[in-house]
Design a protein around this ligand. Structure first.
Ligand code: DGI
Ligand code: FE
Ligand code: FE
Length: 195
């Protein structure tokens, strides 16, 4: 492992609680596996995985302040559900605190919670790795989705969004329109595939 990874890991260990740090390593290695499977850039996938939740343990108020200080706009749903913000602030901190210069990595981190229509390969690798990494055990259908991830990445994205929307509906949580938009995009894309 290069010095760059070592340095970031050391920094993250201080910023994250134990479980979040373990999750982060799980996402990093899962992202590497998916990059191998789909011919993505393994180094970028691992960096995105390692850093995607770097802002997760920062209190909501502080994350909002970070956004304000850096002219990052906060949407109403992010104001009301500050845990949604860690994707945005994570991308910001990857750039300002962890020395990541690659905008593909910032983007993958920024969209890792809700997805976005027409994601890049790196975006999809991170989105799926976050859901299936080995330490995850709560979501339904994990076994099936883990297998699907290595068979058809777009179908895995769609399945994760479907299950997430179902889960949020059950909890009566407010759903970000971006989550719906991403679902609709992949739903349509895969329906057209069938024709
Ligand atoms: O940070 P992690 O826990 O590793 O994973 P994440 O960034 O994907 O966040 C997962 C949580 O985000 C999960 O509880 C579902 C929730 N989530 C995803 N999309 C939406 C959402 N929550 C709301 N309220 N609205 C959404 O659209
Ligand atoms: Fe996250
Ligand atoms: Fe995560």
């Amino acid at each position: 492992m290069t010095d760059k990874f070592k340095k970031i890991k050391k920094q993250l260990k201080k910023e994250l609680d134990k479980n979040r740090y373990q999750h982060t390593l799980g996402v990093m290695y899962t992202a590497a596996c998916l990059a191998m499977r789909y011919g993505g850039d393994m180094q970028k996938a691992m960096l995105a995985g390692l850093l995607h939740d770097c802002a997760k343990c920062i209190p909501g108020e502080k994350q909002m302040q970070l956004c304000k200080n850096n002219n990052v706009p906060i949407r109403k749903i992010e104001q009301e559900n500050p845990f949604l913000l860690h994707a945005k602030t994570g991308a910001l901190l990857a750039r300002t605190e962890y020395g990541i210069k690659d905008s593909d990595i910032w983007h993958a981190i920024e969209v890792h919670t809700t997805g976005v229509p027409d994601m890049s390969l790196l975006d999809k690798i991170l989105f799926v790795s976050d859901y299936i990494e080995p330490n995850r055990d709560k979501a339904q259908n994990l076994e099936e989705i883990r297998a699907l991830a290595f068979e058809d990445l777009d179908r895995a994205v769609l399945r994760i969004l479907f299950d997430t929307i179902h889960y949020l509906n059950q909890k009566r949580s407010e759903i970000d329109y971006r989550t719906h938009d991403t679902y609709n995009f992949y739903h349509q894309l895969l329906e057209e595939d069938k024709k």
